[in-house]
Every structure is written in C-alpha cells, then in structure tokens.
Design a binder for this molecule. Structure first.
Ligand SMILES: NC(=O)c1ccc[n+]([C@@H]2O[C@H](COP(=O)([O-])OP(=O)(O)OC[C@H]3O[C@@H](n4cnc5c(N)ncnc54)[C@H](O)[C@@H]3O)[C@@H](O)[C@H]2O)c1
Length: 328
C-alpha cells in the first residue's frame, strides 16, 4: 500500500509512520511536511526504511498535492496548526493549514478517487459537563483551532455527500508520548521539572482532558485506514479523564521533584472545562481498544524525554519558554 502522510514531522504523524513501518514493512510512505510549528526533523532521523520518502512542502500547494495524491492509494491528513494558544493569538495560519489545506487535499482525492482519513479532534464538540460525545453529537467549538478543525470536518462530510468521495474522519482525545513539541503540557512539564523551572498551570488546573498514549491512537488510525467504512467517522478515546493539575503532580512524583515548582497563571480565554468522547463505535465495529494504561504510558514518556537529549536539539528555545496565549 502507498500512503501519503501529511504533517509527518509532527508528533502524531511521526509516531504513525514509525508504527506503520513496524506493522507493515512493505508499505510505502511519502511524508509531506512544511516544517511549521510542532515539526521536528529529529522525529524521524532514526527511520531507515527504504520505502520512506520525505517531501518538504505545504498542503495548500495544489500542484504538489495533486502529484503526490496521484501516486498514492490513500492520504492521512495529520498536517495542521495544532496549538490552541497560538490560534488565540493569531488564527490566520489555522485557517490556511487546517481549512484551505484540507480543501486542497479533498479536491485532489476527488479528482484521483483516493481514500482520505481526515484526522480531527474531540475539541470540535466543545466543553462537556458530564456526558461524552458520540459520533452524532453536535459541534460546539470554542477556540479558533477547534473551529478550524470543525470546518475541515464539515467540508470533508460535504465531499462524501456531494461527490461520493471515500473520506473517513477520526476524532481523538489528548495524545501523550514521545516526540511531542514541548509547547504542550506533558513534555513541557517534564522538561521544566528536569531543569527545576517553575511549571505554569492555567487557572485552577482543574480542566479535564481524556489522555491516550500516541501509539494507541496510531493503531486506531491504521485500523480505520484498512477496515474503516467510507463516509463514517470514528471517535477514539483513551478512557483516562484526568485534570491538568493531577497530571503535573504525577509527573513531579515520578521525577521526584517538589510540588513547589507548580505556578498558577492567568487562565486563557475560552478555556474549555472538559472534553470527553464515547468511542464504543470503533470498539464494536473495528475491534480496537487502547492497549496502554496511563501510569505505564506516562512513565515510558518521562523516560523517553529525559533520555533522548539529541532530539531536543531542534526544539527552539522560544518553544521552551513561551508559557501562555498572552506571551505571543
Ligand atoms: N496532539 C493531540 O493531542 C491531538 C488530539 C486530537 C487530534 N489531533 C490532530 O492530530 C493532527 C496532528 O497533531 P500533532 O499533535 O501531531 O500536531 P503537531 O503540531 O505536532 O504536528 C503538525 C505537523 O503538521 C505540519 N503542518 C502544519 N501545517 C502544514 C501545512 N500547511 N503543510 C504541510 N505541513 C503542515 C507541521 O509542520 C507539523 O509537522 C492534527 O490534525 C491535530 O489537529 C491532535
């Protein structure tokens, strides 16, 4: 199978490429990535598979996307501006990559009749009090990031209805694991704790997210690619709903660091209280379930960041120091 992965130098895309080659050494993967925020060339520097090709380029480049889609069997669109804080300080790149980029890919798969897996997020459903969103739940995005992902989903769905395109949407909860940009909560906490730097926590730190180990997410996407039904969407949850403060405390405990490193900061605007997905459909229809529990996944993640010092060479110092939506 020949797969076009977009955004494969980022966190989930790079883990997906590694995971897919472990499962299917004979697959051919082309990765198009524009080296934007979230990317790190070191994410795939140890990849030796001769069936891997990297193309530096932007998914809004119609000509390039058409050429790459034509020689692939399927596209997995990970490429996106993914940081909510950045979307608050400047939404424009999110419109370009997450909406125009998705549109450009949809046009190419329509023309060449290829399968597209559009990677989306639980954030499209907005904040939930106690219930969990299933695949039919109404959208209620809060941030420009979430709105751009919901827009891409709406476009993708329209290409199924109007043009009978082979598109599947997957929505996942918060991922954690190796190769994530230290702008995000878990790697930032680990790297700050290691340096005994104050760890910023928005508001009360009581905001709840569901956390999934990144390789469980990658496994679910692979299953959707190979067995998913055209036109469907699948929710992918880790079933680990935890508040931010508890996660930070767990990391400090494992790293044997003092809780005094925690520093509460002003909350960001529109900070959703809780996201939650019901993922019974993918359990039932594709036989997928997460394989990693949160405790062991977190220990593995901490070990990875503390051991892989070479990986950090491409992490910009501004990514390490920016703490909130206000600082951009
Ligand atoms: N990280 C999570 O917890 C999470 C949860 C649910 C869904 N998602 C979705 O999964 C996908 C991947 O997320 P991630 O955390 O790996 O993000 P990331 O920021 O780590 O990586 C995104 C990658 O996309 C590339 N990119 C962005 N815009 C591009 C463009 N216009 N052209 C080419 N490349 C471009 C970047 O260079 C980067 O390498 C995103 O679509 C995101 O919305 C992420």
């Amino acid at each position: 199978m020949k797969i076009l992965v977009t955004g494969g130098l980022g966190f989930i895309g790079s883990n997906f490429i590694q995971h897919t080659f472990e499962e299917h050494q004979d697959f051919r993967i082309t990765n198009i990535d524009a080296c934007l925020p979230g990317s790190n060339p070191n994410n795939l520097s140890d990849l030796k598979n001769k069936n891997y090709e990297y193309v530096k380029g932007n998914i809004t480049n119609k000509k390039l996307i058409e050429k790459l889609v034509l020689k692939s069997d399927a596209v997995i669109n990970f490429a996106a501006e993914s940081h909510v804080d950045r979307s608050i300080s400047d939404p424009r790149p999110f419109i370009d990559s997450n909406i125009i980029g998705a549109y450009t890919i949809l046009e190419a798969i329509r023309k060449h009749k290829k399968r597209l897996i559009q990677i989306s997020t639980d954030e499209v459903f907005g904040s939930l009090k106690s219930n969990s969103a299933d695949e039919g739940f109404p959208f209620n995005p809060s941030s420009p990031y979430a709105a751009s992902k919901a827009s891409a989903e709406a476009l993708a769905k329209s290409y199924v209805t109007t043009y009978d395109c082979d598109v599947i949407i997957t929505r996942c909860t918060n991922n954690y694991g190796p190769r994530q940009s230290p702008e995000k909560l878990i790697p930032k906490t680990i790297l700050y704790a290691e340096k005994n730097k104050k760890i910023p926590v928005y508001g009360t730190g009581k905001n709840i997210r569901d956390w999934i180990f990144v390789l469980d997410h990658c496994d679910a996407i692979l299953r959707v690619l190979l067995k998913g039904k055209k036109g469907e969407s699948y929710n992918i949850a880790g079933q680990n709903e935890i508040d931010n403060l508890t996660i930070i405390k767990k990391i400090l405990d494992i790293m044997k660091k003092p809780k005094e490193l925690i520093q509460f900061t002003k909350d960001r605007p529109g900070h959703d209280f809780r996201y939650s997905l019901n993922s019974r459909k993918i359990y039932r229809e594709l036989g997928w379930k997460p394989a990693h529990d949160f405790e062991s996944g977190l220990e593995h993640t901490i070990e990875w960041y503390t051991k892989n010092k070479a990986w950090r060479k491409n992490v910009s110092s501004s990514d390490m120091t920016k703490t909130s939506w206000k600082t951009r």
